[in-house]
Design a protein around this ligand. Structure first.
Ligand code: C2O
Ligand code: CU
Length: 462
């Protein structure tokens, strides 16, 4: 379902509060949404020899498109129908800690055949997603993810609102999921990158648009580890929000945008001239792999919008003032071509060679994996700064649960709020945030194989 009209949504929202799309959302008698992890098969690309066996939510990838009004509560039962323990994480939601889906930290594993009830309020409007958060590299890599859109009480006026979940898959000759999970080369290099790209679980999409139409595009990078440099059609286009959070001012975005794993971007694009089809796609070595083509449908032609879009209404995130109560350094080390000699793992100092034998390759502040003690303990409401230094030879996509942080402005007015930020080799970035959400929150690389390889820590707010 690639084209979704605003009106369609509003009618559907009046009913359940959540609209079935992608895979079907299943509601039970008392209005709870059922999200069931289960095996499924899907033709990921017409050029593949046949459907691919996947792990899905409700039978398809992406899982059901969950759509909730800002400020409302989502009530959902997760049922685990795969043969591994699992749990669901709601990426980017400033959520009640008990609902965060982190096995062993915020909840026990939901074992095969068991279920878990999630119930939480959505404080912020924007584009979010959900995914399995146990053995994430394998479970997300096999398809256990879906999109969560939180609608503004007064949404911007657009003619079409389009969700585009971009993913890559590592498939074998038969078009089946390559079984190379846990591969040490992936862990110590750039992660598990794939050989097939999909958009909303298909090889490509064609979307009919009229001259003058204004589109809202919600781009989500759901790949395990792939950084996506994206080419946008050459039309008037504005970056409206990053990781769900509105920018203070829309920023012209003609040249394209790069999304790291887990990141999202909301764009508004005016289709001023549909004489030729427009392509949105992935840029590889100066070549464009088209994922979405916008083609002219004269029946949709309309009077062009004559104003540029106003900023989206801000979300109720309380920012830091200029000073921080506390600054914590976080040094990333390890990986191929890195300088990590030894690090602490399960309480023991280990040489890198030995770490690798345990499938570990990365350290944060000299420690591999989540430690017993948090990286920092923040007083609730305090302003925290985490200064991350990437001393590795690889880019990383650091993700903080439960909060959005400011990163220094890079070309747009005012610092953007993000939940996932890219650091290139050699980069140092200060993340600043108001620690106002009590609980225990993960901070990890969203290149899921780097997470497996040790690049994960946590903070505590109380
Ligand atoms: Cu989207 Cu801890 O993950
Ligand atoms: Cu990483």
């Amino acid at each position: 379902m690639e084209q979704i009209s605003r009106r369609g949504f509003i009618t559907a929202l009046a009913g359940l509060g959540v609209l079935p799309s992608f895979a079907d959302a299943i509601g039970n008698m008392d209005g709870r949404v059922i999200l069931q992890a289960m095996p499924g098969r899907q033709q990921l690309d017409p050029e593949l020899p046949g459907p691919t066996a996947l792990w899905t939510f409700n039978g398809g990838v992406p899982g059901p498109l969950l759509r909730v009004m800002q400020g409302e509560r989502l009530e959902l039962t997760f049922r685990n129908g795969i043969d591994q323990g699992s749990a669901v994480h709601w990426h980017g939601i400033r959520i009640d800690n008990a609902m965060d889906g982190v096995v062993g930290m915020t909840q026990p594993s939901v074992l095969p055949g068991e279920s878990f009830d999630y119930s939480f309020v959505l404080p912020d409007a924007g584009t979010y997603w959900y995914h399995a958060h146990q053995h994430s590299s394998e479970q997300v890599g096999r398809g256990l993810y879906g999109i969560l859109v939180v609608d503004e009480q007064v949404p911007p006026l657009v003619d079409n609102d389009i969700v585009l979940a971009l993913d890559d898959w590592r498939l074998d000759q038969e078009g089946q999921i390559h079984e190379s999970f846990g591969n040490l080369h992936d862990i110590s290099h750039g992660g598990r990158t794939g050989n097939w790209l999909t958009v909303n679980g298909e090889g490509s999409k064609t979307i009919a648009v009229g001259n003058g139409e204004r589109l809202r595009l919600r781009l989500i990078n759901t790949a395990n580890s792939l950084i996506m440099p994206l080419h946008l059609p050459d039309q008037p286009c504005w970056l409206m929000a990053l990781d769900g959070m509105p920018l203070d001012q829309p920023v012209p975005a003609q040249t394209g945008i790069t999304l790291g794993p887990g990141q999202r971007a909301d764009l508004i694009m005016d289709c001023a001239d549909m004489a030729n089809p427009l392509a949105l796609g992935f840029v590889e070595r100066d070549e464009l792999i088209s994922l979405v083509s916008f083609v002219h449908d004269p029946s949709r032609d309309r009077q062009p919008h004559d104003d540029s879009p106003s900023p989206l209404p801000p979300n109720p995130v309380v920012r830091c003032d200029s000073s921080s109560d506390n600054s914590t350094p976080l040094i990333m080390q390890g990986g191929a071509m890195g300088d990590l000699q030894a690090a602490q793992y399960q309480g023991e100092m280990m040489a890198i060679r030995e770490l690798v034998r345990h499938g570990k390759a990365w350290a944060l502040n000299g420690v591999v994996d989540r430690t017993e003690k948090p990286l920092l303990t923040a007083r609730r409401g305090s302003c925290q700064e985490i200064v991350i230094e990437n001393r590795t030879a690889w880019p990383h996509a650091m993700h903080l649960h439960g909060h959005h942080f400011e990163v220094p402005a890079s070309g747009w007015p005012g610092p953007a709020l993000r939940d996932t930020v890219m650091l290139d080799p050699g980069d140092t970035l200060a993340l600043r945030f108001r620690a106002d959400n009590p609980g225990r929150w993960l901070l990890h690389c969203h290149m899921l194989e780097h997470q497996v390889g040790g690049m994960v820590t946590w903070i505590e707010v109380n």
